[in-house]
Write a protein that binds this ligand. Structure first.
Ligand code: SF4
Length: 390
């Protein structure tokens, strides 16, 4: 199993909170596709013939690509890699890009899953975030996608926005439920350094983000979606049974992936590499048949930290047999010692896994496992950090 990620580094305008690598211009636009196609050719052996089960167009705003550019990328991927006939092919899209014409073109290209950046169904929040679309466009984009035939849909929502009170957050979730989407990703608004949001808050031009409000929104999120039949399968991700995001789940389960495009990361279970976050340099290098990347071989401590961080965030939990087999009994003993304070505080529980096999590709994940409680999920990163090794 493996995946391919394609990073499309353009946006119509930058959202205030965004720290992803993307340009709000069309600089180098004509050169991007040839460079990415060339990178695919150069990297054709990276996955060592493993079947590709997922292809993910992320960014940036990949819905800014034309249908022929998407078709071209997919056709080269099919030629160079062993793509599973049932592969999940996801495209991230912004609501204002999803016209009826675009939607039917995407289906014709072979895209079979959309991840729509809704963020909120309230104009006030969208303005705060500096999104390009309106609340009406957000709502209609889901309807139009469903009408076009996309049944495998995910929407992104953001909570903890200062303009979003609890009633409006609940109403956003009710709208998502009414639209009957099978997958919802919900993220707390985070203020990343060097973003316009951080600067505007620092200057007092926008109100800051409150932890207590975010915690309250997280409670509303988990209780409402779980009561509506969604599985809370990762801290920020909820799905109807069987509708989990296969591409992102593969990341959390340590499956190899190849990243194409500026700033894209690749991983092959032994090393990780990342392309330069500079579109001009990326294109110039590919024009000379070179990929501008940095690479690191993962130490046991890095592999362990990554496993604990990602596994604890998921409903499959952190499997203790896996730790014993891959890192030894001493590391396992340390994990048990490190877990105790969070167990005592009610943030972690230790139990034999009774989780559904349907979602778990690893049948050995059936014995003693650490899970975050609902209270612990809101503090997931801090709790995982307590296990980290140097
Ligand atoms: S659309 Fe996405 S990638 Fe582009 S600026 Fe907004 S959050 Fe960032």
């Amino acid at each position: 199993m493996s995946g391919i990620y394609l990073h499309i580094p353009y946006c119509r305008q930058k959202c205030h909170y965004c720290n992803f690598y993307s340009l709000a211009s069309v600089k180098y636009r004509a050169d991007l596709l040839p460079a990415m196609l060339h990178e695919l050719e150069i990297q054709k052996d990276f996955l060592q013939g493993e079947p590709v089960n997922t292809v993910y167009f992320g960014g940036g705003t990949p819905s800014l690509l034309s249908a022929s550019e998407i078709a071209n990328l997919l056709s080269v991927i099919h030629r160079l890699f062993s793509v599973d006939p049932g592969a999940e092919i996801t495209l991230e899209a912004n609501p204002d890009e999803l016209t009826k014409k675009k939607l039917s073109e995407l289906i014709a290209c072979g895209v079979n899953r959309l991840s729509i950046g809704i963020q909120s169904f309230e104009d006030r929040d969208l303005k705060f975030l500096n999104r390009t679309h309106s609340a009406r466009q957000a709502y209609n984009s889901v309807k139009h996608s469903q009408d076009a035939g996309f049944s495998n849909l995910s929407i992104d929502l953001i909570y903890g926005i200062p303009t979003l009170d609890s009633t409006c957050w609940e109403s956003n979730l009710m709208t998502a439920l009414e639209l009957d989407v099978p997958h919802i990703s919900a993220y707390a608004l985070t203020v990343e350094e060097m973003t316009p949001l951080a600067v505007l808050i620092k200057k007092g031009k926008l109100p800051g983000v409150e932890d207590a409000q975010q915690a309250q929104h997280f409670d509303i999120l988990t209780s409402l979606l779980e009561a509506s039949g969604f599985l809370h399968y990762e801290v920020s991700n909820f799905c109807k049974p069987g509708m989990y995001a296969r591409h992102n789940t593969a990341y959390w389960q340590g499956i190899s992936y190849l990243g194409i495009g500026p700033s894209a990361h690749s991983f092959n279970r032994v090393s990780r590499q990342w392309n330069v976050s500079n579109l001009g340099l990326y294109i110039q290098s590919l024009q000379q048949s070179e990929i501008p990347f940095e690479k690191e071989f993962l130490t046991p401590a890095q592999l362990f930290n990554e496993y604990v961080m990602t596994s604890l965030r998921t409903m499959w939990g952190c499997n203790l047999s896996y730790i014993r087999e891959n890192f030894g009994p001493e590391w396992l003993a340390q994990v048990l010692r490190d877990a105790q304070p969070a167990i005592d505080q009610g943030f972690l529980i230790l139990k034999n896994s009774i989780r559904t096999k349907e979602l778990s590709p690893q049948p050995e994940f059936q014995d003693a496992t650490l899970f975050l409680t609902n209270e612990g999920k809101f503090r997931a990163d801090g709790i995982a950090a307590d296990f980290f090794r140097e």
